[in-house]
Ligand binder design. Structure first.
Ligand code: SAH
Length: 395
């Protein structure tokens, strides 16, 4: 098997079980590994450290799949990892898995670049790295064996794949998924998930617990849901007796599905308003018109992919949070999020604190928010914490 020899002292992160090897840490490549090929990783002194897969086009040149020398990367390996991941979900949920949940969360489950989400009988996978790509059929088989499902569908159409030098790949791996949207139930609320054209694998499963929290604070309130996608937070607010919801997104398709969700759940349509708009502009329009709200949700798309984009992203977060805080009535609450991997909870808090100062609002933090627990994060891989949020109240 080809071997990677690390530069002196570059084995430290691997000894702490961090699964990434950057190109700059590599002293020598022995043999000619192709994309996704298994490689043995050795220290400068020749000590065996880990077994990974090779990504020749990526700055993350190798991802580790095992730290156990006796564990070959074969179909049985995939089966074991998938089984461990699903057993963990059973523990998280205390037995039965919900119809909609995350089954495999990449590095968090020891499967670098492998995402799998369950929507009823259909499992949707994303294979984001050369190594993950290599294990396509073994992973689909392992998933099918571990859980009853009628089809495994692939949605590998993300930027991460481009960075790996891989083409997008979308379509069934096995079985045939249902036509149209797949119906799921979240806390008794019905949603339709478009696995072919929806964002990510079709639904933002990572916000499940936070949607529930927003629901619990919504009774009798006027709710503004910015970057609403298919209406997740609004539907939870309506289910819990919100006086009104105004849901804003730039995507008309997402808004159409959101409006359909209001109808399908039998909620009063006159309490649910939708607006196709750029949130940055809409918030300014509300400020100028002196329109205000009791509860605001800001759940924007990723503003920063990399450290280099962080300064510009921070200005974006500051801007919407400043405006959002200004639009809150006294006693109002803001739920604000960042799903930029490069944004730390600390920095996000500072940005929001600056926004509060500039908005002349005195604000307290009621909850620090994270992604749902089935989006498992390993202590060895803190980068897995990509979603950070705050539940704030205006005094
Ligand atoms: N809160 C949602 C997920 C939000 S994803 C949920 O729980 O399901 C981010 C959304 O922001 C996407 O639907 C995208 O269409 C929308 N979006 C991106 N940029 C925007 C902008 N400038 N103005 C309004 N919407 C935007």
């Amino acid at each position: 098997m080809p071997e990677l020899v690390l530069a002196a002292k570059r084995e430290r992160s691997l000894l702490r079980r961090h699964p990434w090897v950057f190109s700059g840490a590599i002293q020598e490549v022995r043999g000619e590994p192709g994309p996704g090929d298994p490689v043995e990783i050795l220290s400068r002194a020749g000590e065996w450290l880990a077994r990974g897969t090779y990504s020749p086009a990526s700055a993350i040149r190798t991802r580790v799949w095992t730290f156990d020398r006796d564990e070959p990367l074969d179909a049985a390996f995939c089966q074991r990892r998938v089984q461990v991941a699903i057993d963990l979900r059973r523990r998280i949920y205390g037995g039965e898995l919900p119809a909609a949940c995350r089954l495999l969360n990449g590095e968090g489950d020891g499967l670098p670049g492998v995402i799998a989400d369950r929507y009823g009988d259909t499992i949707v996978v994303q294979l984001l790295t050369c190594g993950a790509d290599r294990f396509r059929s073994a992973l689909a088989e392992a998933l099918g064996a571990a859980l009853p499902c009628t089809s495994v569908f692939e949605r590998s159409d993300t930027d991460a794949r481009t960075r790996e030098g891989l083409e997008p790949q979308v379509g069934p791996i096995c079985g045939t998924p249902p036509e149209g949207t797949i119906a799921i139930d979240e806390d008794g609320i019905r949603f339709g998930v478009d696995i072919r054209l929806g964002h990510k694998t079709g639904f933002y499963l990572d916000q499940r617990e936070n949607r529930r929290l927003v629901g619990s604070r919504s009774a009798g309130r006027d709710v503004l849901n910015c970057f609403c996608y298919t209406g997740g937070f609004s539907l939870h607010a309506l289910a819990n007796g919100a006086a009104s919801t105004l849901s804003i997104d730039s995507s008309q398709e997402a808004l159409n599905l959101a409006a359909e969700h209001v109808r399908a759940n039998g909620f009063a349509e006159d309490r649910a308003e939708f607006q196709q708009a750029d949130v940055f502009r809409a918030l300014r329009t509300f400020r100028d018109a002196r329109r205000d709200f009791d509860l605001i949700v800001l759940d924007p798309p990723k503003f920063a992919d990399t450290q280099g984009q962080l300064a510009k992203a921070s200005r974006g977060y500051k801007d919407i949070n400043l405006l959002g805080l200004k639009l809150l009535r006294p006693g109002g609450e803001l739920f604000t999020f960042s799903c930029s991997g490069a944004m730390t909870p600390d920095l996000f808090q500072k940005i929001v604190a600056d926004a509060a100062l500039d908005a002349h609002r005195e604000v307290v933090v009621l909850h620090e928010l994270r992604q749902a627990p089935d989006h498992v994060v390993s202590t060895a891989f803190p980068e897995g914490h990509y979603l950070t949020g705050l539940h704030l109240a205006v005094r």
